[in-house]
Design a protein around this ligand. Structure first.
Ligand SMILES: Cc1cc2nc3c(=O)[nH]c(=O)nc-3n(C[C@H](O)[C@H](O)[C@H](O)COP(=O)(O)OP(=O)(O)OC[C@H]3O[C@@H](n4cnc5c(N)ncnc54)[C@H](O)[C@@H]3O)c2cc1C
Length: 414
């Protein structure tokens, strides 16, 4: 078999890249220091966000900045050391968030999101993994009329991109979620053609298992470095391996591997936490809900009700801080009859972010047969399968489903 390829990183993105390359006839080895789906793709909110036609810009208006600055809001926290460490990337993020620039970015981003559920569907059916997915949409709920007005605009914009949504009043919310304290909300949106996943890691593992069942290889080992000399030589903790093609899909760790090859991509992490809870006996949560004005997600998962926090700007190895989760938990307990926390220590993970809010999917500019798929930020779980398809199309020299220029690595190296 030709095109011996190593994919580094077995999160949602790497697994989907490996799967799609295999479909194109590549001989693929997937390598990860852990089992598939055990890092960022393990602990996310598990939403496949067909509605997410806008990425998240950095707040630029003074009222919003003043709200965040005291570092007390439940949705966004920051640590000054991290702000300094990532200052260049964050400045670029601020610049790309300017309205005119953002208007272009959101079109480019939407062109990717528009294919997310179709691409998952192909893999779901092939892998027989439908049991992990509930195609019931999710609820975005608003406490303030102003943010609800904003959401209505989003619903209108979404029409052109195939997003299906229904506006909700408090009675509608109560009907959909009888055990939720719906009185605190002025309204909401039911994003109807988005999906929720009851165990995100299990879905990644199901896709990975299908890849193995078709002859793919998975290695559990840590990659220390790689270099190119006629072929790609990959140095792992345990051995030296040789491949024709190498793909970096290591999520928030991707830049660590690329640094030694002379690349300086402005990748920065945005941390989030999760904790599971039991619900009072007899109570139920039917949909994942996002308390939009408080910035957290509550979702029914196999393990319990998963509370997922918003953004914390911090260093990858910074110690855990409980304040944001505690603040969020207090608000969540006002919404649902949550009982015991099920873990003693919450899970934490890092969204792999790039300043222009788009992932890199394509060839590395300075090396032959080196390919990149990282930087999916808040929606990598959603975008794994379409990323895999688009990268496999590029690597096998086919026409791509969408224009890949906006996702090229050259935008950071030119
Ligand atoms: C709190 C939170 C909530 C989120 N909610 C959602 C959501 O609802 N929907 C959504 O679409 N997205 C969501 N996201 C974002 C999503 O989880 C990420 O974008 C996505 O998981 C990134 O996938 P990945 O495969 O790029 O990275 P990862 O899943 O982190 O995979 C990278 C892999 O690379 C491996 N690796 C790294 N370095 C090496 C090395 N040197 N050698 C070997 N292996 C290595 C790691 O072990 C890891 O398994 C959320 C994220 C967070 C933190």
């Amino acid at each position: 078999m030709a095109n011996k390829t190593i994919v580094i990183g077995a999160g949602m993105v790497g697994v989907c890249v490996a799967w799609h390359l295999q479909q194109q006839g590549f001989d693929v080895t997937l390598i990860d220091k852990k089992a598939p789906g055990e890092e960022t793709s393990f602990g996310n909110a598990g939403l496949i966000q067909r509605e997410a036609i806008f990425p998240y810009p950095m707040p630029r208006n003074m009222t919003e900045i003043m709200r965040i600055l005291p570092n007390q809001s439940p949705d966004i926290r920051y640590r000054p050391l991290a702000m300094w460490h990532y200052r260049h990337a964050l400045w670029q993020y601020f610049v790309h968030s300017a309205p005119q620039r953002f208007a272009t970015i959101r079109q480019e981003w939407a062109s990717l999101i528009a294919h997310c559920t179709d691409a998952h569907e192909t893999m779901l059916q092939a892998a027989g993994a439908e049991q992990w997915v509930r195609k019931v949409g999710w609820l975005q709920l608003h406490r303030h009329a102003s943010s609800f007005e904003h959401a209505k605009q989003h619903v209108q914009d979404g029409n052109a991109w195939g997003v299906e949504a229904r506006l909700l009043n408090p009675q509608d919310i109560a009907q959909l979620e009888p055990d939720l304290n719906s009185q605190v909300f002025v309204g909401g949106v039911h994003w109807q053609n988005a999906w929720q996943v009851t165990n995100p890691a299990a879905l990644v593992k199901a896709y990975a298992a299908h890849f193995v069942s078709l002859g793919g290889t998975i290695l559990q080992d840590t990659v220390h470095s790689l270099h190119h000399q006629n072929q790609w030589h990959v140095h792992t903790q345990n051995e030296r391996l040789t491949y024709e093609h190498a793909v970096i899909a290591a999520g928030p760790w991707s830049q660590d591997l690329l640094h030694t090859l002379g690349y300086e991509f402005p990748l920065f992490p945005i941390r989030g936490y999760h904790q599971h809870y039991t619900l009072k006996t007899g109570s139920v949560l039917n949909h994942s809900i996002v308390d939009e004005d408080s910035g957290f997600v509550l979702g029914p998962k196999q393990a319990g009700i998963r509370l997922t926090t918003g953004a914390e700007f911090t260093l990858m190895d910074a110690p855990i801080r409980m304040e944001q989760l505690h603040a969020t938990e207090t608000i969540a307990r006002g919404l649902l009859p949550l009982e015991n926390a099920l873990e003693t220590t919450p899970w934490l993970g890092h969204r792999p972010c790039l300043p222009d809010m788009k992932p890199i999917i394509g060839a590395a500019p300075k090396h032959p047969n080196l390919w990149l798929a990282f930087g999916h930020a808040h929606q990598g779980f959603t975008l794994g399968p379409i990323t895999g398809l688009l990268l496999a199309q590029q690597m096998s020299g086919q026409d791509t489903l969408i224009d890949m220029q906006p996702f090229s690595a050259q935008r950071f190296t030119a």
